[in-house]
Ligand binder design. Sequence first.
Ligand code: ATP
Ligand code: MG
Length: 138
Amino acid sequence: MQRTLSILKPDVTRRNLTGAVNERIEKSDLRIIAQKRIQLSLEQAQKFYAVHRERAFFNDLCDFMVTGPVVVQVLEGNNAVDNYRTVMGATNPANAEEGTIRRDFAESIEANSVHGSDSAENAAIEISFFFSEMEIVG
Ligand code: ATP
Ligand code: MG
């Protein structure tokens, strides 16, 4: 069993696709063991994406992440980190496999519908950024 942090990005909440994306998650052997809808502040977005602060897209990405509510989630399952990244599809929806969340829902490489942790180590850091242990019910 492994945990990963998922974020349904503002393009998902704006288009009322929270349930449609969650259906993909739950059909993929991942359990949503914590979930909340929040409005990120610009400071929080910049802190969350701090690893990308030198990248050209950093400011636009942070601006996008505060354009509307996000749904932050903890997902649990076998090999949850890699499993969820497979379910999400490639960062650029144009390169994402058919049947993936990003291929089917993403608007662009920036508004690409979902975030998923990229390693078990980062998952633990990202989960504790948003959730206390009391809020996670496996
Ligand atoms: P995430 O971390 O959101 O799960 P990822 O690991 O597939 O996505 P990263 O390289 O970590 O991709 O980039 C983080 C986010 O930054 C992407 O999800 C996307 O929203 C945005 N992003 C990445 N590359 C670009 C780009 N070239 N132009 C615009 N936005 C980008
Ligand atoms: Mg990433």
